[in-house]
Design a protein around this ligand. Structure first.
Ligand code: DP6
Length: 347
């Protein structure tokens, strides 16, 4: 008999960025972060987990059609070990429950967007992996409890187990037991929110985020101020903006924090540069849109790559998305109703 569970997990895009770890083994962040979960209609990872007594060999993962080397991946192993432990608890309580924890796992996962293009694919990937296995194992844990496991796969993944506006609390405990995700507001709280993804490049990014943030922590003289004072103040400010549905504050803080993150990247040694001329053109376009409107109606943010995510409210669709739709390069595989490198997102 083959036991099976299939699930999807969404991408999240941080408006307060996670960039730096206080513990690399447990994957604990140097600061809290906050993200908006995107609709699964546009970006998601689909993962199927199966296990069977008849399977031989070690656990395996096929990602976008290619076998991944997971035996040597400490992060994947940490997730699998944690999930098996929880399944053992289920089996210990219910003697008749099948001993799934003893069977090899086969995982098959696919994104509907380019992997490692700075589109937080590891976030959706590890969230889907953890959710799929938790479903297969019929675990009673809440999304928040599972976020502790997903965090060990990839930090940003802990924010993809919930919808809407999600904070990852850095926590203070050494064992990481309070470093988990928390829903700040559900998507229905602010249903007008939209995200536009400008795919500047679907290529693999330069410096992977894990390595990049290590360099920043070790060398940036600006980073400590960001971790200690700047981000905590911004977390409070943006959480209030979300509660109040105050888009102008949300937009300003989002842009300031993206710029602060890219500033500590540039301040690292060797310097890390993710933004390109096309990224900067998108920043200028947002500034022009906001100047014309006489208020902030659009906000840009960039992760560890050149692609822009633009947040705006639905009533401003024409003024924001309309401006971008004719002015961007075409990227292979990214045609949509605009015929351009844009994915608009209804959340
Ligand atoms: C720029 O979550 O990919 O997207 O924990 O090392 O896997 P690891 O890092 P990862 O870093 C994401 C960095 C970011 C900002 C963010 O999503 O908060």
């Amino acid at each position: 008999k083959v036991h099976r569970a299939t699930t999807t997990a969404p991408v999240n895009i941080a408006v307060i960025k996670y960039w730096g770890k206080r513990d690399t083994n447990l994957n604990l962040p140097a600061n809290s972060s906050l993200s908006v979960t995107l609709s699964q209609k546009s970006l998601r990872t689909l993962t199927t987990a199966t296990c069977s007594e008849s399977y031989t060999g070690p656990d395996s993962l096929i990602l976008n059609g290619e076998e991944e080397e997971i035996q040597s991946s400490k992060r994947t192993q940490a997730c699998l070990r944690n999930l098996r432990q929880l399944r053992e608890e289920v089996e210990a309580k219910d003697g008749s429950a099948p001993k799934l924890s003893k069977m090899p796992l086969r995982l098959v996962s696919a994104n509907n967007f380019p992997t490692a293009a700075g589109l937080a694919s590891s976030a959706a990937g590890f969230a889907a992996l953890v959710r799929a296995i938790a479903n297969l194992y019929e675990l009673p844990q809440t999304p928040q409890q599972l976020s502790l496991i997903a965090r060990q796969g990839s930090g940003s993944a802990c924010r993809s187990l919930m919808g809407g506006y999600v904070a990852w609390r850095s926590g203070t405990k050494e064992d990481g037991s309070d470093s988990l995700a928390e829903e700040v507001a559900p998507v229905a709280h602010w249903p007008e929110m939209r995200a536009l993804i400008l795919v500047v490049s679907a290529d693999k990014k330069g410096v992977p985020s894990t390595a990049g943030m290590q360099t920043t922590v070790a060398t940036s003289s600006l980073a400590p101020a960001r971790f200690k004072d700047i981000v905590p103040a911004r977390m409070a400010e943006i959480e209030k903006a979300i509660q109040d549905k105050d888009f102008e504050t949300f937009a300003r803080v989002t842009m300031q924090d993206s710029n602060s993150f890219h500033a500590i990247c540039l301040d690292s040694w060797p310097p890390i540069q993710y933004l390109t001329d096309v990224s900067r053109a998108a920043m200028n376009a947002v500034e022009t849109i906001n100047r014309k409107a006489g208020k902030l109606i659009a906000a840009y943010t960039f992760d560890a790559g050149p692609n822009a995510v633009i947040y705006y409210l639905e009533p401003d669709s024409r003024a924001v998305a309309g401006v971008f739709k004719n002015h961007l390069p075409r990227v292979e595989g990214w045609d949509n109703e605009f015929g351009a490198a844009i994915r608009s997102n209804e959340m």
